[in-house]
Design a protein around this ligand. Sequence first.
Ligand code: F6R
Length: 367
Amino acid sequence: EKGGYEHFMLKEIFEQPKSVHDTMRGRLLVDEGVIKMAGIWDHVERFKNANRIIIIACGTSWHAGLIGEYLIEEYARIPVEVEYASEFRYRNPIITDKDVVIAISQSGETADTMAALKLAKEKGAFIYGICNVVDSSIARITDAGSYTHAGPEIGVASTKAFTAQLTILTLIAFKLGKHNGNLGNAEFMSLIAELDAIPKKIEDVLSTTHELTQNIAKDFVKATNFLYLGRGYNYPAALEGALKLKEISYIHAEGYPAAEMKHGPIALIDENMPIVIIAPKKGHYDKIVSNVQEIKARKGKIIAVVNKGDRQVSEMADYVIEIPETSECFSPIVASVPLQLLAYYIAVYRGANVDQPRNLAKSVTVE
Ligand code: F6R
């Protein structure tokens, strides 16, 4: 049932060209220039007139929510807040019937997310669900929603559900932006054509980075710490890269916005600190270059995720992982794939049980 792969996690990483495609199927109609999402369309005025959107989630789904914030604010210009479900519910949050709450949950059973939703519902907010498991508890209490059609995710560390969540959030942002006039037709058309090409780019990145990430992983089996840095859309991608590594390899890892490094974490950098830096061409590249220079000056070991043909960052990096170029808003989908592979192989070489890491469960039904 692992389809020839050694672990479910690896199988699920490799399923991503298909799972992202399945999530777009029937929704993204490139030739007609249409995004079809009944859940959004039936309530489009609710979204359009919302005071704000509050995204509630935990773990990896919360990271997807952060990217959703960037997407929805950039393309639909609706204010978005992203909250950890557990924090939201215990702090007497201000919610009204003019708010839209989006819950993101792979399992649809996460107790903290469920409890936060109940609270938001009581206060009259409109509740939208982005779940992977069909007919799950969260899917059932929401007013409307969109399923990520990623298929069953068995590995405890979330991979294909994450990229499917990003796909749904992208579709929602573009659909709302087109409807409320913030996303012009020409830009909409070019963005959706690019989105349509993402599964192929994931396929390319899987084939060009699979062996490479194994080789890099061998050099970090004994590492005790890792930093992950990114800016803009790739800041949450850095958080997610760090979470993947710590969950399955038990190496301490932290994600940071690259510019925050100088406000503290830079104190940690020496020749023993591996630093994964996500630095595609589009998205504050020049700023990232100066961050990399600061790391280099302190002899940190740099693993750079860059676009094909990159020079400036690559010249300073100890390891270079190339990914295809995309618009900035899609880059977390593509950049996440080699980071999943890197975490996977480091964990495998450490002899860890990647599909069932210690202390973790696939759905967290305790609060
Ligand atoms: C990360 C992971 C967890 C979950 C979190 C939320 O790999 O598996 O952090 O993302 O427990 O779970 P869902 O999305 O099912 O609500």
